[in-house]
Ligand binder design. Structure first.
Ligand SMILES: [Zn+2]
Length: 251
């Protein structure tokens, strides 16, 4: 398939009446049989405008709107699907799904889709995605190290590794879940609270965030009870001493 075939819909390349290739796509009449192609052109123009709109929505960070437009364009024309997929890769990037975005960019390069037309530099994108994946891999290494350290009971070391992981890839929810556990072991309740909030923000559907919050509440209640018990014990001792002194004085 030629590169121009990927940039136009399949139907648009041939006349739907006689099947002859359309040399000039801007014409509203078939240059072979003379059939009126106005409606075909109108559909093509509509699909094109959908793709352009989607591109603009992405630039304005309106990802759900862009996604809808790309879906409609893909649905209207099979051959548009690969262009829609390419344009939609920036939505994946925004969701930190760099591996999937990289696959799409590489596929577009393989299929020779003219990405420049949509303001996408494929070589630049592929390099960038590989870099992002490399950074993510380094973050995951720090995370794994933190996991080992926390299992061995070296919580301070584990916390250090988690800071490094978060610096590299602050979007990975697992970092904050482990950090919350480590902070619990370190007795830093405020830090634990922040970790849980961040985890829930990144992965609201995950119930483990809720569980950790309950654990934190439980810990706060128990530590408050312990403080109260110590306070009462002290009061009792002071009272007992006072009684003994009083008895001694009366005698
Ligand atoms: Zn024709």
């Amino acid at each position: 398939m030629s590169s121009s075939a990927e940039n136009r819909s399949m139907e648009s390349l041939t006349c739907p009446v006689c099947g002859a290739p359309r040399r000039d796509l801007s014409l509203t009449r078939c240059d072979s049989c003379g059939a009126d192609l106005t409606s075909v052109k109108a559909i093509e123009d509509f699909i094109e405008s959908l793709l352009l709109d989607a591109r603009n929505e992405i630039r304005n960070r309106r990802y759900p709107e862009a996604r809808t437009k790309l879906e409609v364009a893909s649905w209207m024309d099979q051959a548009t699907a690969s262009i829609a997929k390419l344009i939609g890769s920036e939505i994946l990037e925004n969701e930190h799904r760099y591996g999937e975005a990289l696959d799409n960019y590489e596929e577009a390069r393989e299929k020779r889709i003219a990405a420049d037309k949509w303001g996408i530099n494929l070589d630049e994108k592929i390099t960038k995605m590989k870099e992002m994946l490399e950074v993510e891999r380094a973050a995951k290494e720090h995370f794994n190290l933190a996991l080992h350290r926390s299992r061995e009971g070296f919580f301070a070391e584990a916390r250090e590794e988690l800071y490094k992981a978060a610096d590299l890839a602050s979007y990975l929810p697992e970092i904050y879940l482990l950090a919350a556990k480590v902070d619990l072991s370190l007795g830093s309740e405020n830090a634990m609270y922040d970790d849980i909030m961040r985890f829930r923000q990144l992965k609201p559907e995950d119930t483990r965030g809720e569980q950790m919050m309950k654990e934190l509440e439980h810990r706060k209640v128990t530590s408050r009870l312990q403080t109260d018990q110590v306070f009462f014990a002290l009061c009792f001792m002071v009272f007992a001493v006072a009684v003994i002194v009083l008895i001694a004085l009366i005698r």
